[in-house]
Structures are given as C-alpha cells and as structure tokens.
Design a binder for this molecule. Structure first.
Ligand code: PXP
Length: 252
C-alpha cells in the first residue's frame, strides 16, 4: 500500500497572505509546525516542506522547527542549488526531493530536467548521500529523464502527476476516456521503468480526493505526495479529517 506524504507548504502560504512583511511572520497563524503534529496524528507517514530560494512561503525557521518536531519521514523539497544542498546537509531530512524552481510560479509546475544537467546532479546526489540524505528527483513521466535519474544516482523518483490530474478533470474521471487512459498508463510505465532501474517509485502533484485512487493502485508506488487538496479540504473539515480521509482513500 502506498503511504501518504503531506505537503504542508500551503499552510505557510495562507499564513503569509496575512503576515508577509510583518516583523516575525513565523509567529503568525496558521503555523506549519501545528500542521506537522495534526497530520502525524491523522496518520501521515511523511511530511514535506518546500524551502524556496526566495522563502516566499516556508522560511528557514519553519523547516528547522518542523524537522525537529517531525516524528515520521521528513522530506525537504528544494532546488538543486549550492545553498539548498548546504541547508539539507545541516538539517538532515530523510529525503530531499529536487524540483525545478521558477521564481514566478505559484507552485512547482514541471519536472526537473535531469537529463540536461546530469553531471551536476550526480554531484548533488553524492553530496546529499554523504550527508545521510537520500535524493529524489521530481520528474515527468519521460523515459529519458528516468534513465538520467538512474545514471545520476537518485534513489527515488517522484513522477509528476499533473498531466494525469488534468486529463482526469477533462474526462470527468471516466477511465475509459482515451486521453485519461493514456495519461495514467504513462505514469504506470514510468513507475515500471523506475523500479526496473533499481530506484523507488513515488508520485505526486495535483492529486486530490477524486483522482488519487488509480494512482494509489499502481504496482510498486511507495509514496504519494499531496498538499493542495488536503489543505483546501482542511478549511472545511479540519486537517485531521482531511489527512485521515485521504489516507483511507489511498488504502482503498
Ligand atoms: N510533489 C512535488 C514535488 C511538489 O512540488 C508538490 C507541490 O508543492 C507536490 C508534490 C504537491 O502538489 P499539490 O500541492 O498539487 O498536491
């Protein structure tokens, strides 16, 4: 059964909507550290935070406090910059998921181009490994990228499920729809290749309560990384219920 990683960035995004520019935004609410605790109580097996270069949502103090509090797997999402690799070395999350970072994007928009910077990323993965951090590449369901990730020494690949989620919405969730079936089978094929090359298969991005089950049912998928839909639902139901409901859906 796949496990659930809860991405709590959106809690910080909400906090910043009110507290950006105030002297100590880390004291504002809602506080990501409270979300760590509630998500764990509700059964989350992993907590993810994305520390961006410009710190526009999550800041350094957030990741330090949450890393200290977290009793499950802690996954630091980050760009593959020297600064972030240094921070990961000090923080020692269990895993770092390397993502591309565009300054203007609201959230991560596409997979990392591993093939285009394989040599540099090989060094990044080795540095992280030496610091005791296992590296995950957030990539599109693309054979070339998956093979490059294996060559670079990544232990995990997280397949970008955004195109699948879009197709799901377009098809109204009808799995017989050719575009949706094709998008799902691309994620499945990516997962097979990841496992065949000796890496571990995760998936995430734009997964929600309607579209998660076909992805959770894919053979060999280990972790689903989900943020926006859980934090959005929490506005109505509370975070505990939102996490527990997602976890039950993943369990089938
Ligand atoms: N996985 C990665 C690598 C991401 O960058 C994000 C977005 O922060 C997620 C998963 C979660 O995506 P969403 O918020 O759409 O569930």
């Amino acid at each position: 059964m796949a496990t659930l990683g809860v991405n709590i960035d959106h809690v910080a995004t909400l906090r910043q909507a009110r507290y950006r520019g105030t002297p100590d935004p880390a004291r504002g609410e809602p506080n990501p550290s409270h979300a760590v605790h509630v998500a764990e109580l509700a059964g989350a097996e992993c907590i993810t935070m994305h520390l961006r270069e410009d710190r526009r949502h999550v800041n350094d103090r957030d990741v330090r406090v949450c890393r200290d509090l977290c009793r499950v797997k802690f996954n630091l999402e980050m760009g593959a910059t020297d600064e972030m690799v240094g921070i990961a070395g000090g923080l020692r999350p269990h895993m770092s998921t390397l993502v591309p970072e565009g300054r203007e994007e609201v959230t991560t928009e596409g997979g990392l181009d591993v093939a285009g910077q394989r040599d540099r990323l090989t060094g990044v993965v080795a540095t992280l490994r030496d610091a005791g951090v296992s590296a995950s590449a957030f990539i599109d369901a693309d054979e070339r990228q998956i093979r490059a990730a294996a060559d670079a020494g990544f232990e995990w690949c997280e397949v970008h499920t955004g195109p699948y989620a879009e197709a799901f919405m377009g098809a109204g969730g009808d799995l017989r729809d050719p575009a949706l079936a094709a998008a799902l089978s691309r994620v499945a094929a990516a997962g097979r290749l990841i496992i065949e090359l000796g890496m571990r298969f995760n998936a995430g991005h734009a997964l929600n309560y309607a579209n998660v089950r076909p992805i959770a049912a894919l053979p060999g998928v280990e972790e689903l990384h989900i943020g926006h839909s859980i934090v959005s639902r929490a506005v109505y139901t509370g975070l505990h219920e939102a996490v527990a409901t997602m976890r039950a859906l993943i369990a089938g």
